[in-house]
Design a protein. Structure first.
Length: 131
């Protein structure tokens, strides 16, 4: 966000996009993108996550995760332990892919029970005191 501000200030002072790109070690396309859009932050989000090595072990990983949900929190395995279980079963990939899959799986299966707090009250229903 700070670099976006610096680029916009430099462009407002009349510097060329090329000189700004050289000054802040950016691509000219990035400087042009900042100049043309009103965005204050640029984020990259993957549309689809691929698991090329984990592919054949995803079913087993799902089984482990569904069993883990039913256990009390102190009895659950950590991501490292799940990774070690998969390694003993023949998984040759890295821990990072397993960690990412676990994070995405937990996000999908998380219960979203929100609390409802009414913000509009009838007369005499709620009071505020300042002592």
């Amino acid at each position: 966000m700070e670099s976006i501000r610096k680029v916009r200030l430099a462009l407002a002072k009349g510097e060329s996009q090329r000189s700004v790109a050289e000054k802040y070690h950016m691509s000219r396309k990035t400087v042009k993108k900042i100049a043309c859009s009103g965005e204050t932050e640029f984020k990259y989000a993957r549309k689809e996550v691929n698991y090329p090595v984990l592919g054949s072990f995803i079913e087993r990983l799902r089984e482990i995760l569904t069993q883990e949900v039913e256990l009390p929190s102190k009895s659950r395995c950590t991501g490292k332990k799940i990774y070690e279980i998969l390694q003993h079963e023949g998984y040759s990939g890295g821990y990072d892919a397993v960690r990412r899959y676990i994070r995405n799986w937990k996000e999908e299966h998380r219960s979203r029970k929100g609390a409802y707090i009414p913000l509009v009250f009838a007369r005499g229903e709620a009071f505020q005191f300042d002592w």
